[in-house]
Design a protein around this ligand. Structure first.
Ligand code: MEV
Length: 325
């Protein structure tokens, strides 16, 4: 028997980084998914195969490399950790074959590692006849995420589990928002790889150096997310765009933007975006442009012509789901 799970990626509409310090952030699940398929294995090892070209077997502390470069163990380790967390929780010690397929760009701020952890855990539960609750999936998936990035707020795991649009607060969790107006977005992937954990750490260092300056920015970002929620409920996308621009200025102030990201933000706005900002940790990865329904193609074309990789994405209401094959 094989069990599968699919979990969506995400864009952060407002509040990344500031969410790590307890402020609310607004996040939306998008129609990009990780698919994980699991099957029992006759020994106690965990074999992981990814369609991105990596494969190997974890046996106790040992790793037997099968496919991919020197980084294979490091790349597959979070999957093994998530799988182990689910097995321990279920009090099972069987081996597993885990196959991973994904169309979420990796290390780009679109929640690929959170979705991977969530889908791995949900699929393993299903294999053993258990439909984990959302709370269980989020808790178990955070164990894997801590390897990828030391101090996660939990926002990625939560949106991948729940889907839709949520307002997320680190200590209070998520509240789902029913937004009626469509939120047309264009993402631009710069393909500049970066490490979320390191960027989160750089913000912590800046805050420790200049607490009287950075702490007020953190609070302002929280208020900004509150105003975006109001604007979205009123269907005022123009105001949402303006607030996203302001949010980007705050992200620039804490040092997570760069020339390439700023250039694509500028290009998106020139071609009709209502607002644009970094989405995710910054330092590389993606920017997010808020569009009107008729401007998406224009923005995507301008990004493409400027050498970026545009993605026109949609909100998805469904979070992780499982099935038996
Ligand atoms: C990552 O998607 C968002 C950050 O705020 C980190 C986190 O919340 O864990 C940069």
């Amino acid at each position: 028997m094989k069990a599968s799970a699919s979990a969506p990626g995400k864009v952060i509409l407002t509040g990344e980084h500031f969410v790590v310090y307890g402020e609310p952030a607004l996040v939306m699940a998008i129609n990009r998914n990780v698919h994980v398929r699991v099957q029992e294995k006759q020994d106690d090892s965990i074999r992981v195969t990814s369609t991105l070209g990596y494969s190997g077997v974890f046996k106790g502390e040992k790793f037997i490399h099968e496919k991919g470069g020197d980084e294979t163990r490091k790349i597959l380790m979070p999957i093994k950790v998530s799988a182990q967390a689910a097995l321990n929780y279920l009090e099972e010690n069987l081996g597993l074959n885990i196959e991973v397929d994904s169309n979420i760009p990796v290390a780009a701020g679109l929640g690929s590692s959170g979705a991977l952890a969530v889908a791995t855990i949900a699929a393993i539960g299903k294999l053993f006849g258990v439909d984990f609750t959302e709370k269980e999936i989020i808790k178990l998936s955070l164990e894997g995420e801590k390897i990828v990035h030391m101090n996660p707020s939990g926002i990625d795991q939560t949106i991948s589990t729940k889907g839709g649009i949520i307002c997320y607060k680190k200590d209070e969790g998520a509240s789902r928002l029913d937004i009626e107006v469509p939120i047309p977005i264009v993402i631009c992937n710069t393909f500049i790889k970066r490490n979320t954990g390191q960027i989160v750490e750089s913000v912590r260092i800046k805050r420790d150096r200049f607490p009287q300056l950075i702490n007020p920015l953190i609070h302002v970002a929280g208020d900004l997310t509150g105003q975006v929620i109001k604007a979205l409920k009123q269907g005022d996308l123009k105001m949402v765009g303006e607030l996203m621009d302001l949010n980007h200025s705050l992200l620039t102030a804490i040092g997570v933007s760069n020339k390439v990201l700023d250039r694509f933000i500028h290009i998106s706005k020139q071609s009709g975006a209502l607002g644009a900002k970094i989405t995710g940790a910054g330092g590389g990865g993606c920017i997010l442009a808020l569009s009107t329904l008729d401007k998406r193609e224009d923005i995507a074309k301008a990004i493409h012509e400027a050498g970026g990789f545009p993605i026109i994405a949609e909100k998805v209401d469904r979070g992780v789901y499982t099935w038996i094959e």
